[in-house]
Design a protein around this ligand. Structure first.
Ligand code: HEC
Length: 163
């Protein structure tokens, strides 16, 4: 049986929309949905959606709390390590966004970026330590030190996060 026929049968059985393009072989390309008009994106298209307080509150804080909970005891199974990876990756990747949103003052901006890079590096090691509790605890500690360093310098010492 040909692949096309097989796909057609599977599609008719499941009624899945997912396969609808694959079975459209007898229609000329031009009759398929018109191409969306794409406007080239510039850095301005990725302006911060909200202020740093809300970024911290809604992006960083839930993952910090989740990590703290998942690392309170050695993660027992794959599901627990998946939760770990979820939170670790959110914090590691979001540090790049934090880095790009520092203060205007050049010297302060430089320090802001340097601390963000510490979160990035330790967050990356944290993410990669999934499955190894001792390593994960170590990198978690290093990362939180970096989070707190920024809070010391840029949030008047508020928000000292416990490990
Ligand atoms: C480069 C600087 C910087 C880094 C790095 C940073 N933060 Fe923050 N964070 C801030 C600033 C500034 C505030 C205070 C924002 C305000 O209230 O204006 C803050 C506030 C917070 C708050 C308090 C939010 C609230 O609603 O009360 C939490 C929680 C937080 N950060 C978590 C983290 C975590 C977790 C990390 C590390 C993974 C981190 N931050 C790394 C700058 C940083």
């Amino acid at each position: 049986m040909k692949t096309v026929e097989l796909v057609a049968i599977i599609t008719s059985l499941s009624g899945a929309f997912l396969f609808s393009n694959a079975t459209n072989t007898d229609q000329p390309q031009s009759e398929v949905a018109p191409k969306a008009v794409q406007t080239p994106a510039t850095p301005d298209d990725f302006e911060p959606i909200d202020n740093m307080h809300h970024f911290m509150e809604y992006v960083c804080e839930p993952s910090y709390k989740g990590l703290k909970q998942v690392l309170a005891n050695e993660p027992a199974d794959r599901k627990a390590w998946k939760a770990f990876k979820n939170h670790a990756l959110v914090l590691a990747e979001s540090s790049a966004l934090v880095a790009a949103r520092g203060p205007d003052d050049a010297a302060k901006n430089k320090e802001w970026k340097a601390i963000s890079a510490e979160v990035y590096r330790s967050g990356k090691s944290l993410y990669k330590s999934a499955g190894d509790y001792a390593e994960a605890k170590k990198h978690y500690g290093t990362m939180l030190d970096a989070c707190n360093r920024c809070h010391t310098v840029f949030a008047k010492g508020k928000y000292q996060l416990s490990k």
